[in-house]
Design a protein around this ligand. Sequence first.
Ligand code: G
Ligand code: G
Ligand code: MN
Ligand code: NA
Length: 254
Amino acid sequence: ANLAVQLRHALANGQLSLYYQAKLSIDEGRVVGVEALMRWHHPELGEISPAQFIPIAEDNGMIVPLGEWALETALQQLSEWDALGLPPLHMAVNLSARQFNSPDLRKQIKSALTNSGIAAHRLELEITESLVVQNPDTSIALMKKIQGMGVRFALDDFGTGYSSLGQLRHYPIDTLKIDRAFVRDLAISREDQAISKAIISMGKTLGLTVVAEGVENVDQLNFLRSYQCDHTQGFYCHRPAPAGQFVSWYRQHL
Ligand code: G
Ligand code: G
Ligand code: MN
Ligand code: NA
């Protein structure tokens, strides 16, 4: 059978899991939150990247039940970490366009919050610019309703060219994530330095928390720190890991 068909059974067959990647404050190196990232362990093909299966799940609609499972599982996990007495973290969960446009979204968010007992402000939903610009008015209205529940929004992969800087101020977001395309060559590219600096400065002027993603080395980190970026995420500080491994690592970073 093809991947699309197999994906329909992956959840019931226990082949999906969530990995967690830390976000750290850039000045103190304190862990402030985690992003939940879906993984598919295929019995014959091994690990299949979400970059490959998320688009398939978007196409066949499976992203809606998968996304609901991710939201439930991530918040349940967070409440388990709370119960262990670990200092509270924020949990970021990615939402793709089809989930965002699903009529069940608000109900799913409410029930995941209620079932886990997690306060709404600790949940951050990551959406992309491309999702918002498809339907700006409707998207902004829905985001405002969800924000009214206390949930936060992050604009993921920012700067890859969908929205003008002018539009950004109309988006009800709390966090801006600089796309890793601008971070990759930060140590050698004057252009990427200028762009990153500008995104950080604009984000902060708008009162947003600015996160750099894809930080893989200390040079990139030092540039971002000198531009006063707030948070860092990337392989340099922490690679996405299963819950158990994340907790062991987190305990050593308190
Ligand atoms: O974890 P990785 O970098 O391989 O993820 C690749 C892509 O898949 C990223 O764009 C990421 O946002 C997306 N992705 C990972 N997990 C989820 C998820 O739970 N839901 C959605 N909608 N996208 C996800
Ligand atoms: O689109 P989104 O930002 O949600 O994508 C998150 C993906 O980025 C995750 O799948 C994660 O595995 C990947 N990722 C996280 N940190 C790094 C990094 O430092 N370098 C690279 N190349 N990918 C990263
Ligand atoms: Mn993301
Ligand atoms: Na991203």
